[in-house]
Design a binder for this molecule. Structure first.
Ligand code: GUN
Ligand code: ZN
Length: 772
């Protein structure tokens, strides 16, 4: 399954042994080119049928190149393969085809988890009243926007959706999908009986005319990606004439999709048998009306008999397995093992069936699918679960040449998944064997929308997971280390220059042993360092990048102390650790050691040498700043906390020695002015931290750094989006100048700031920046 050494060839659509009769991929001209790197995983065949090894494609360090909305390269990462494009680095993330939801009701997004009924009562009491609200165009527009946005947030790039009986609700969903260039199938529900009058098609002719108008506008429009699905709701909601009309439309236009519900609930099955005594069973009703065939997606199928499953197979009709819904409504347990019987395998895909289903997440749906199969003593591994949600969905919707695969030639719809999205998932992944199978199973059983880091449609990122305010692990959109410097003589900042080393956090910088060191969290989260040496002629040169083999989850802090350069950070387990480097630039960083006594943290620690000790300040879980110091002989001492534990701090602090005092600057939780304080060992009657004071005019700052330069204390602050300021104060007059903007320095990326440090008479600034 895994790509073999030496077999480094790209994957193409020809790689797939089952090209479907479906339509070819449609480019999206004008979609920006993109190159994305990560653990690529997709399928060339069905693992239920041919086994994992033959079915799975996995590229542990893979690259996707997308142009005009299509995948043009899919294979091992090499710098050449990126064709000069900037590479978005998702290296420790799993990239799979975007999920396909093969059965969902766009107009039920507002009534999930409606309590306490089984199917037929639930439809009357909860579903139909909600769908009646879609009479209002405004309501339909709002619902459609929420639905489409939520699909993408959950990593679903293609859905087969029922809308309501009102054609404008179908229009609204298509329009919202088309705006985003999504490949989405939907249909106006056909229903002319057993529901409130206001929710029924007035007659078959009117229903068909509305359907045809929608088809004309939205079914595979030139260059567009929307597809029409004829949607008779289910046998109990449709007259024979309605079913017949749907069947003849499909005969006339076999390129349309068809969808309906089948054998979801035992009472429903009995009712259908009563209503259609001329038919041999539920599925036979649809057969008799010409509704079976390739492109029909039957929802649920919980109570299909073996003979009916066989008929699904012979007619190539697919079944959408909707486990969260079947459990929520107590409908029953779909027999996945029997459906996938190798002798007559049925095409089975996954559906959320929102609002019968309780989540739009196909990861959550995989989770329930696993458990339903487990009750049947059928263990379904992560590969099979992901196949159901990707390639199997594409096949059910006859879109196999278009979506559901990462092979070159397909439309560039894919999803970036973080198997460590929550603390429990991170722990689980660490306890696992590190294989892709284990990562997939963890995602399937523990993941939901939080694990969807980014969703791409036609090569464009249409969703990126927002970093929560208190999320110490910002999403890793790799950017570059960049630097600038302030020239005291001319009073100007230089324009920022890139170093081309990838990072996504604020780099740290410090002068040490005649060199200027910059240590940063590379985009793989490993600490790296690079140094700058100023020559006698004033020019400078950068040394080689050194790797530390040490992971960090925070920005690092640097401090020279007792002949060594210390680098302090928090590791994957939130432990505060440090590395040291000696004064030989060619030597290696030491292995990491623990800052004993430090609280666990996900925030960047601060460090500086002061009064013959190395001081470290750590933001703890209670929002306080713990203060520790190392004296090289006697280890780490716990010195308590910074002043006023009542003040809630947001993120880390910055500390600096200046004028015989230890200064600290911190950002308050409420977004007010930056706070600062100082510890004066000479203070009478007793040394202590001053109460916090503010830097007036600095409100909105998210990251602050301070340092001593040229006899003054300097502060820089970063303010979203991409603004920075600086201010300074003197020793005798502890009042900051009004923060002034620095247009030359604009850090990029969530919550990244600017580190400042003096070197050879100039003030250097290091930051994380996009744009090359
Ligand atoms: N059967 C007919 N209509 C529906 C519906 O809206 N949801 C579910 N789960 N089953 C149905
Ligand atoms: Zn449904």
């Amino acid at each position: 399954m895994d790509r073999q050494e030496g077999a480094a060839a790209p994957y193409t659509a020809d790689d797939d042994p089952n090209p479907d009769c479906g339509h070819p991929a449609v480019p999206t001209p004008g979609a920006p080119p993109a190159a994305v790197r990560g653990r690529l995983l997709w399928f060339r065949d069905d693992p239920f049928l041919v086994g994992t090894d033959r079915a799975v494609r996995y590229e542990p360090d893979g690259l996707l190149v997308c142009r005009d909305g299509l995948i043009t390269y899919s294979g091992p990462y090499t710098p050449e393969a990126a064709e000069g494009l900037p590479v978005t680095d998702h290296r420790d993330r799993v990239i799979t085809p975007g999920f396909v939801d093969a059965h969902v009701h766009s107009v039920q997004i507002g009534m999930l988890a409606s309590y306490g009924e089984t199917l037929l009562n639930w439809l009357q009491r909860h579903v139909y009243p909600e769908e009646l609200r879609y009479r209002s165009r405004d309501y339909a527009e709002t619902g459609a926007e929420l639905f489409v946005r939520d699909l993408l947030r959950n990593g679903t790039t293609t859905a087969l959706a029922y809308t309501s009986v009102f054609a404008h609700s179908t229009e609204a969903v298509f329009a919202r999908a088309a705006e985003r260039g999504m490949r989405l199938a939907a249909g106006k529900v056909l229903m002319d009986r057993d529901a409130p009058v206001g929710l029924l098609d007035p007659d078959v002719g009117t229903a068909m005319a509305a359907t045809r108008r929608l088809i004309e506008r939205w079914h595979r429009p030139r260059g567009g990606r929307t597809v029409y699905a004829v949607s008779p709701r289910f046998a109990l909601a449709c007259s024979r004439d309605m079913l017949t009309a749907a069947g003849s439309l499909w005969r006339e236009r076999p390129d349309l999709l068809m969808q309906t519900h089948i054998a979801e609930n035992a009472d429903e099955v009995l009712e259908v048998r009563k209503r259609f005594p001329e038919c041999s069973g539920y599925l036979d009703v649809y057969r008799a009306h010409g509704l079976l065939g390739r492109g029909m997606v039957l929802g649920h199928g919980v109570h299909l008999t073996d003979r009916e499953l066989a008929l699904c197979r012979t007619t190539r009709s697919a079944v959408a397995h909707c486990p969260t819904s079947n459990l929520f409504l107590g409908s029953g347990l779909f027999r996945l093992r029997d459906a996938k019987l190798p002798a007559r395998p049925v095409e089975v895909a996954l559906g959320t069936d929102v609002g019968g289903g309780t989540s739009l997440s196909l990861l959550s749906t995989m989770n329930e699918a696993y458990k339903v199969a487990a009750l049947d003593r059928h263990a379904v591994d992560g590969f099979r679960l992901f196949h159901l949600a990707t390639r199997a969905g594409a096949r059910a919707l006859r879109m196999e040449r278009q979506v559901g695969s990462l092979a070159a030639g397909h439309e560039a719809d894919f999803v970036v998944l973080d198997p460590r999205a929550t603390p429990a998932m991170a722990k689980r992944v660490e306890a696992g064997d590190g294989s892709i199978g284990d990562a997939l199973f963890t995602l399937a059983l523990l993941g939901d929308d939080r694990a969807v880091e980014a969703t791409y449609v036609a090569g464009r990122a249409v969703h990126r997971r927002q970093q929560k305010k208190d999320d110490p692990n910002p999403p890793r959109i790799p950017r570059g280390v960049a630097w600038s410097r302030f020239d005291w003589a001319s009073g100007t900042w230089e324009k920022t220059s890139p170093l081309r080393n990838l990072t996504h956090r604020t780099p740290a910088a410090e002068a040490y042993a005649g060199l200027l060191y910059c240590v940063y969290a590379h985009s793989d989260d490993m600490l790296r360092s690079v140094y700058y040496r100023r020559q006698d002629d004033g020019e400078g040169e950068w040394g080689p990048v050194a790797t530390t083999q040490t992971f960090t989850t925070t920005a690092p802090a640097l401090a020279p102390y007792h002949d060594l350069l210390y680098c302090v950070f928090a590791d994957k387990n939130r432990m505060v650790r440090y590395l040291t480097h000696d004064d030989d630039p060619e030597s290696r960083w030491s292995p990491p050691e623990h800052v004993r006594g430090a609280p666990e943290t996900g925030h960047a620690p601060a460090a500086t040498a002061f009064a013959d000790r190395l001081h470290v300040v750590v933001h703890d879980d209670d929002g306080r700043l713990a203060w520790l110091a190392r004296h090289s002989e006697d280890g780490w001492a716990d010195l308590g906390h910074l002043p006023d534990p009542e003040v809630e701090i947001r993120g880390g602090a910055s500390i600096a020695a200046y004028a015989g005092r230890l200064y600290a600057a911190v950002v308050p939780a409420g977004g007010g002015d930056v706070l600062w304080t100082a510890y004066d060992p000479e203070e009478v009657p007793r040394p202590g931290w001053w109460p916090y004071r503010t830097i007036p005019g600095s409100a909105g700052t998210h990251t602050v750094r301070i340092c001593h330069y040229n006899g003054l204390l300097y502060a820089t602050g970063a303010v979203a989006p991409r603004e920075t300021w600086w201010a300074r104060q003197g020793a005798d007059l502890p009042v900051w100048t009004r923060p002034a903007p620095i247009p030359e320095i604009r850090p990029d990326g969530p919550e990244t700031g600017v580190s400042i440090t003096p070197y050879h008479g100039l003030l250097y600034a290091f930051l994380c920046r996009d744009g090359w």
